[in-house]
Design a protein around this ligand. Structure first.
Ligand code: RP5
Length: 162
């Protein structure tokens, strides 16, 4: 079973949304990804969401981005949205359209182009009921900590002129 459904409004979104797919792959979490638009293919979007039996949905869309809200209207599963930088407004349009969901239908909104965090957030949701995945996420955090520590040590050496 695919645990995560990734939807994006256009194939032009894949360049960024691929980062979510790559992160899920890194954690060996099965996913499926589709191009499906809230306004260009509304029925396909509804069917994909209603037929999905996995745990959570990641959505990427740019411009006046309705996809997150429309997807969330058809499911009570967690919907994680990535507002995309696709227009002259550099993603601010998509960010506001997504993050300002009216009360009642929540959409968890990541940073503009924040596809990697969307996947990590989905993994956190899955990890609530998956101990193995939780351990892998903790290990991932420890690796990040070590990397930052190594960077600081490098800076300290530089400052000492070593
Ligand atoms: C949105 O419009 C899509 O999510 C995409 O970010 C943006 C531009 O789409 P295309 O014109 O590249 O198909 O619906």
């Amino acid at each position: 079973m695919n645990n995560v459904l990734i939807l994006m409004g256009s194939d032009s979104d894949w360049n960024i949304m691929k980062k979510a797919a790559d992160t899920l792959k890194e954690f060996s979490v099965p996913y499926e990804a589709h191009v499906s638009s809230a306004h260009r293919t509304p029925e396909k979007t509804m069917t994909l969401v209603r037929d999905f039996s996995g745990a959570c949905i990641i959505v990427g869309a740019g411009a006046a981005a309705h996809l997150g809200g429309v997807v969330a209207a058809h499911t009570v599963k967690p919907v994680i949205a990535v507002p995309l930088n696709a227009t002259a407004l550099h993603g601010l349009d998509a960010l506001l359209a997504t993050v300002q969901m009216p009360s009642g239908i929540p959409v968890a909104t990541m940073a503009i182009d924040g596809a990697k965090n969307a996947a990590l957030f989905a993994l956190s949701i899955l990890a609530v009921s998956d101990e193995k995945l939780r351990s892998r996420l903790e290990e991932y955090r420890r690796t990040m900590t070590d990397e930052v520590e190594a960077k600081d040590q490098k800076l300290q050496q530089l400052l000492r002129g070593a």
